[in-house]
Ligand binder design. Structure first.
Ligand SMILES: Nc1nc2c(c(=O)[nH]1)N[C@H]1C(S)=C(S)[C@@H](COP(=O)(O)OP(=O)(O)OC[C@H]3O[C@@H](n4cnc5c(=O)[nH]c(N)nc54)[C@H](O)[C@@H]3O)O[C@H]1N2
Ligand SMILES: Nc1nc2c(c(=O)[nH]1)N[C@H]1C(S)=C(S)[C@@H](COP(=O)(O)OP(=O)(O)OC[C@H]3O[C@@H](n4cnc5c(=O)[nH]c(N)nc54)[C@H](O)[C@@H]3O)O[C@H]1N2
Ligand code: SF4
Ligand SMILES: [Mo]
Length: 729
C-alpha cells in the first residue's frame, strides 16, 4: 500500500450552504464570545462559528457556544402561557392577557393585604441588559417591592461586596489583555479550562508567547491546576489565612510597594498589625499549605514586575467570600498591582450577563451603580422615571438568600421568578421545596416549561431565548456586546422585555412613566443615565452599530470618545471612588465556622461544574452532544478512600448530610484528596439536597463548596433504576 500526499484523498467537508452570517454574543458564561450564526436560504440555522475579528475569542468557541444554536428548538421549550388554580393541578393553556392579568391581580391582592414587600421578585444574571433595566424600573418604580434580588447572590455577590469595600465601587478593574503583560498569576478557586474555556485559551496563548509562573489555589487538582507551575491544594474555606500569611512574608521582608501604599491606600497599619498573627509556620496548620511554599509564592508574587490575581467561586461561595475578595485586593494593593498592565484583581464573572444585572437591574440599588441609601440618587432616578422619590425604599432590601427564608416566616407571600431555577440551584433544596409550596402565588418566567421550579408555580410565562431577542451583555472585562435578533420567538413565547412592558401597563403608577417599545430606546435611556463626571460606568459613547463594528466595547466609553476602543483598565491613575480617593486596605481576620468533616460525616463535600454542562442543565441537558459526556449525577472520589470503604469505580453510592441524601455514581480520580468528594451541581435532586449553604455576612452568598457528608453502599439495581427514572431528559 502506498502512503503519502499524492495518494491521499482530500477530506471534503460538506457545505452547510450558509447564505448569511448573523452577529451575536454567547449566552452562557461571562467570557463574552462573539458568535456568527449561519442561516441557509430558507432562513434556517445550519451552523455557528466564533467571530474571527472579535478581540475576546478571536474565532474560538467552546463546546457550549458552538452548539448553542440547537437550543432554539430543544425539547421542553415553553410554547404557551400556562395557569392552574392550586398546586399539583394540571396546568392549562391560557392567553397572554389572562396570564398577565391574573398575575397583576395577585400581586396587587398580596400587596394590599400584607404590604408591598410581601411580593418578591427573584431574577438572574442571564437576561439582556435592557431587560434588566426594564425589570428594575417595573419592580422599583411600579410594583414597588424591596424584596427584589437575583441569583447573582449565589454567584457574584461576594465579588461585588469585596470590590465596593476595597475600591468604593463595583467593577472588575482589569482585562484579558493583562495576561499578555503580567509577570505572575494566581488563580484562586477558578477552573478556567472548564468554566471559561476561551479566557483560558487567552491565558495559555499569553504563557506560550512569554512564560510566567501560574499558581493555582484549589483543593482539587483541577484542569487548571494540572497546567500550573505551583498548585496549592488549600484546606476548604481558608484562603484568607493563606493570603494573610503571604502578606506577612511580603511586609516582614520589605517586599511591599510602599510608595503605592502611601500614595493610594488607607488602612495599611491595621493590615500590617493583623498579619503579624499569621506567620507561615502557624498559618500552614490552618490552610494546609506548608510554610516554605507560602514563602516561595509570596516572594514570587511580590517580586514580579507586575502580578495579577483572578478568582471565581472557590472564593465567592464561602462564608469568607467578601473578606476573601477584600484580601485579594489587599494583596494587590500592597504590591502596587492595581490599574497597571498585568497587575490587577480580576474577578472572573459567572453568568453571561451577571455584570449587566449588577450595573442596571436595580436589584441592589438603582440603575447605573446608584444606591438606594443615597438621597440624591433616589431623586435623580425618580425625576428621570417621573415618579415620587418617596416611593423608593431608603435602603436595600433582602438578598435572594434572605428572601426565601422570609417565605417561612410569612413575610413573603407571593413571588415572581425570572430565569433562575432555585429548586435545583439553591442550598438545602428540601427546605426550598417547602418554601415554594407555602407561597400563595408563584409565577415562573422561563424558556423551558419543564424547569423544576415550575412544578410549584400557579402561572407560567414562556420566555424567548437568547438570539430570539435583541439587547446587550457585559462580560468579565466590562465589555458590552450585542445579541442581535436572529430568529423570531419560538411558538407563542415572548421576549422577557415584552413581558415586563406588558406587566407595567397593568399597574396605575406606570401611566405617567415611559416604558419604551424597543430595547434600542432603552439603551438610549441607560446611556443618558450613565453620563457624568467621574463615573466609570459610562456607556454614553456606545451604540448598537458601534458595538457590532467593534465586536464589543469596554466601559467607560464616553460620549465624544474617539475610535471604538473603551478603557481596558480602571484606576490607572491610582484614584478610587471612595470619599478620600484612596483604596481601603481591610484587615481580614479568619474565624472557622464551616461544617467540617467529623466521625459521622467524614468527607468534605465540594461542588462545582464541568465544561459540557451549564448550571441546572435546562439547556445543555437538551443538547445531545453536550449531555452525552455526563448524563448521570456523579461524584469524584479518591481511589484510596474508595478502597477503604470497598467502593468500586462506576458503582452507585448514597451520600448523606445533615440535610438530606442523594444517590450518585462514583468516578474514581486522584483529582480529589482522600477526605473530599466533588460533585458537579448540574443535576436536580442531587448536590443541593446535601448542602448547608452558610451565608457570608456581607454578601449573603452561600458557602456551596464547604460542608460534610458520609458515603454508604446502596443496592446497585435499585440505584440504576432510580437513576433512569429520575432522568427527565
Ligand atoms: N461549563 C460551564 N461553565 C460555566 C458555568 C457552568 O455551569 N458550566 N457557569 C458559569 C458561572 S455562573 C460561574 S459562577 C462560573 C464558575 O466558575 P468556577 O468558579 O471556575 O467553577 P466551580 O467549578 O464552581 O468552582 C471552581 C473551583 O473552586 C474550588 N474550591 C472549592 N472550595 C474552595 C476553597 O475553599 N478555596 C479555593 N481556592 N477553591 C475552592 C473547587 O474545587 C472548584 O474547582 O462558571 C461559569 N462558566
Ligand atoms: N451546590 C452548588 N450550587 C450552586 C453553585 C455551585 O457551585 N454549587 N453555583 C451557584 C451559581 S454560581 C449560580 S450562577 C447558580 C445558577 O443557578 P440557576 O440560575 O438556578 O441556574 P440556571 O440553570 O442557569 O437557571 C436559569 C434558568 O433561566 C432560564 N433561561 C435562560 N435564558 C433565559 C431567558 O432569556 N429568559 C428567561 N425567562 N429564562 C431564561 C433557563 O432555562 C434556566 O431555567 O447556581 C448556584 N448553585
Ligand atoms: S467560553 Fe463561554 S462565552 Fe465563550 S463560547 Fe464557551 S460558554 Fe460561550
Ligand atoms: Mo454563577
Amino acid at each position: 500500500m502506498l502512503f503519502g500526499r499524492k495518494n491521499r484523498k482530500p477530506i471534503s467537508i460538506p457545505s452547510k450552504k450558509v447564505k448569511e452570517w448573523k452577529y451575536t454574543t454567547c449566552n452562557y458564561c461571562s467570557t463574552g464570545c462573539a458568535i456568527e450564526i449561519g442561516l441557509n436560504e430558507d432562513n434556517r440555522i445550519v451552523t455557528s462559528r466564533g467571530h474571527a475579528g472579535a478581540d475576546v475569542n478571536r474565532g474560538k468557541l467552546c463546546i457550549k457556544g458552538i452548539l448553542e444554536h440547537e437550543l432554539f428548538e430543544s425539547p421542553g421549550r415553553g410554547t404557551e402561557p400556562l395557569i392552574r388554580d392550586k398546586h399539583y393541578d394540571k396546568f392549562e393553556k391560557t392567553t397572554w392577557d389572562n396570564a398577565l392579568d391574573t398575575t397583576a391581580t395577585k400581586i396587587k391582592e398580596i400587596q394590599e393585604k400584607y404590604g408591598r414587600d410581601a411580593f418578591a421578585v427573584v431574577s438572574t444574571g442571564q437576561l439582556l441588559t435592557e431587560e434588566f433595566y426594564t425589570l428594575g424600573k417595573l419592580t422599583r418604580g411600579v410594583i414597588g417591592t424591596n424584596n427584589y434580588d437575583g441569583n447573582t447572590t449565589l454567584c457574584m455577590a461576594s465579588a461585588v461586596s469585596g470590590y465596593k469595600r476595597s475600591f468604593g465601587a463595583d467593577g472588575p478593574p482589569g482585562c484579558y489583555g493583562d495576561f499578555e503583560e503580567t509577570g505572575c498569576l494566581i488563580a484562586f478557586g477558578s477552573n478556567l479550562p472548564e468554566q471559561h474555556p476561551v479566557i483560558y485559551w487567552r491565558l495559555k496563548e499569553a504563557m506560550e508567547k512569554r512564560k510566567f509562573p501560574l499558581i493555582v489555589v484549589d483543593p482539587r487538582v483541577t484542569m487548571l491546576a494540572q497546567f500550573a507551575d505551583i498548585h496549592l491544594p488549600i484546606t476548604p474555606g481558608t484562603d484568607c489565612v493563606l493570603i494573610n500569611a503571604m502578606m506577612h512574608v511580603i511586609i516582614n521582608e520589605g517586599l511591599q510597594d510602599q510608595e503605592y501604599i502611601d500614595a493610594h491606600t488607607q488602612g495599611y497599619e491595621a493590615v500590617k498589625a493583623l498579619v503579624q498573627d499569621y506567620p507561615p509556620e502557624k498559618a500552614q496548620h490552618d490552610c494546609g499549605i506548608d510554610e516554605d511554599r507560602i514563602r516561595t509564592v509570596a516572594r514570587l508574587y511580590a517580586k514580579a514586575p507586575s502580578a495579577m490575581s483572578i478568582w471565581t467561586m472557590g472564593i465567592n461561595q464561602s462564608t469568607h467570600g467578601s473578606d476573601g475578595v477584600a484580601n485579594i485586593n489587599n494583596l494587590n494593593l500592597i504590591t502596587g498591582n492595581i490599574g497597571k498592565p498585568g497587575g490587577t484583581s480580576l474577578s472572573i464573572t459567572g453568568q453571561c450577563n451577571a455584570m449587566g444585572t449588577r450595573e442596571w437591574s436595580s436589584c441592589s440599588g438603582l440603575p447605573g451603580y446608584r444606591a438606594l441609601e443615597n438621597a440624591d440618587h433616589r431623586q435623580e432616578i425618580a425625576d428621570f422615571w417621573g415618579i415620587d422619590p418617596e416611593f423608593f425604599p431608603k435602603k436595600r432590601g433582602n438578598a435572594q438568600t434572605d428572601i426565601f427564608p422570609a417565605i417561612e416566616t410569612g413575610e413573603v407571600r407571593g413571588m415572581w421568578i425570572v430565569a433562575t431555577n432555585p429548586m435545583t440551584s439553591m442550598a438545602n433544596t428540601p427546605r426550598i421545596r417547602k418554601m415554594l409550596e407555602k407561597l400563595d402565588f408563584l409565577v415562573v418566567q422561563d424558556v423551558y416549561e419543564d424547569v423544576e421550579t415550575n412544578q410549584y408555580s400557579h402561572v407560567y410565562f414562556p420566555a424567548s431565548v437568547w438570539a430570539e431577542k435583541e439587547g446587550c451583555h457585559t462580560n468579565t472585562e466590562r465589555r458590552v456586546n450585542l445579541i442581535s435578533n436572529v430568529l423570531p420567538p419560538y411558538a407563542n413565547s415572548k421576549p422577557d422585555f415584552w413581558i415586563f412592558n406588558q406587566m407595567a401597563k397593568r399597574f396605575d403608577n406606570s401611566q405617567t412613566m415611559n416604558f419604551p417599545d424597543t430595547p434600542k430606546e432603552v439603551f438610549e435611556e441607560m446611556k443618558h443615565l450613565s453620563k457624568g463626571a467621574g463615573r466609570n460606568l459610562d456607556i454614553s459613547g456606545m451604540s448598537y452599530e458601534k458595538l457590532i463594528a467593534a465586536r464589543g466595547i469596554q466601559w467607560p466609553f464616553r460620549e465624544g470618545d474617539e475610535g471604538l476602543q473603551g478603557a481596558p483598565r480602571l484606576y490607572v491613575d491610582g484614584k478610587f471612588p471612595t470619599p478620600s480617593g484612596k483604596a481601603n486596605l481591610i484587615a481580614v481576620d479568619f474565624y472557622d465556622n464551616n461544617e467540617k468533616p467529623c466521625t459521622e460525616y467524614p468527607f468534605w463535600l465540594n461542588s462545582g461544574r464541568v465544561v459540557e454542562h451549564f448550571h441546572t442543565r435546562t439547556r445543555t441537558g437538551k443538547i445531545g452532544n453536550c449531555n452525552k459526556f455526563s448524563p448521570t449525577p456523579y461524584m469524584e472520589m479518591n481511589p484510596d478512600a474508595a478502597a477503604d470503604l470497598g467502593i468500586a469505580h462506576q458503582s452507585y453510592v448514597r451520600l448523606t448530610s445533615r440535610r438530606g441524601d442523594a444517590v450518585v455514581m462514583v468516578q474514581l480520580t486522584q483529582r480529589v484528596p482522600r477526605n473530599m468528594v466533588f460533585l458537579p451541581f448540574h443535576f436536580h435532586d442531587c448536590v443541593n439536597r446535601l448542602t448547608l449553604g452558610l451565608l457570608d455576612p456581607y454578601s449573603r452568598q452561600p458557602a456551596f463548596k464547604q460542608c460534610s457528608v458520609r458515603i454508604e453502599h446502596v443496592d446497585q439495581d435499585e440505584a440504576a433504576r432510580l437513576n433512569v427514572e429520575r432522568r427527565t431528559y
